[in-house]
Design a protein around this ligand. Sequence first.
Ligand SMILES: Nc1ncnc2c1ncn2[C@@H]1O[C@H](COP(=O)(O)OP(=O)(O)OP(=O)(O)O)[C@@H](O)[C@H]1O
Length: 206
Amino acid sequence: MTVLTLTDVSKSYRRTQVLRPISFELRPGELVALTGPSGSGKSTLLMIAGGWETPDTGSVTPGSLLPDVPLARMPWQHLGFVPQSIGLFDQLTVADNLALAARTGGNADLAKLLETLDLAKFADRLPTEISRGEQQRAAVGRALATAPTLVLADEPTSHQDRTHAEVVLARLRTAADEGAAVLVASHDPLLAAHTDRTISLTGAGH
Ligand SMILES: Nc1ncnc2c1ncn2[C@@H]1O[C@H](COP(=O)(O)OP(=O)(O)OP(=O)(O)O)[C@@H](O)[C@H]1O
């Protein structure tokens, strides 16, 4: 069983190859680290894996655990994304950011999710009224609010202290243990303790 299969995916920007052909599968229940130096193509690969960026070569194929539709038309409930830019709705409270995502489907316990991410006390605040790290944890919560089958997280601990980095990574590990395929791009050395395997991009088109 697979969640996603990437086959010979590559990408260039302005004739510079940022991603050399790479192939891998994401399976349910695994947390996979995506590592590599700055500029090695981690974010690009996550965007391709989510269907938001088109590869120059190769293919990205949803597996049997996802609906049989092209990735670009995958219903949001199946795909949780933690962007590097965080991107919460500033007009909505933390709880409502999660609730809005949950309206697309799934049956995650949002109160428990907020509690687990140490966000319960900020549930009724606007993103502008909490710290960057708290915003980032809210973005993790939003990504998990539908209990998606595929989770893509771009540097989800970049604004966390060590304790909260562990909170975030443990919650992503739980998502995998509950059956999701979780791909985490990160430089965080704490990640290794939570992963099943690592995909390394070595830079310069890797
Ligand atoms: N839209 C774009 N146009 C041109 N070049 C781009 C574009 N997006 C990314 N790049 C370049 O592609 C390379 C890979 O970028 P990417 O953001 O995927 O790297 P990364 O491994 O995620 O880096 P970091 O760890 O710093 O976040 C970089 O050299 C970047 O400058």
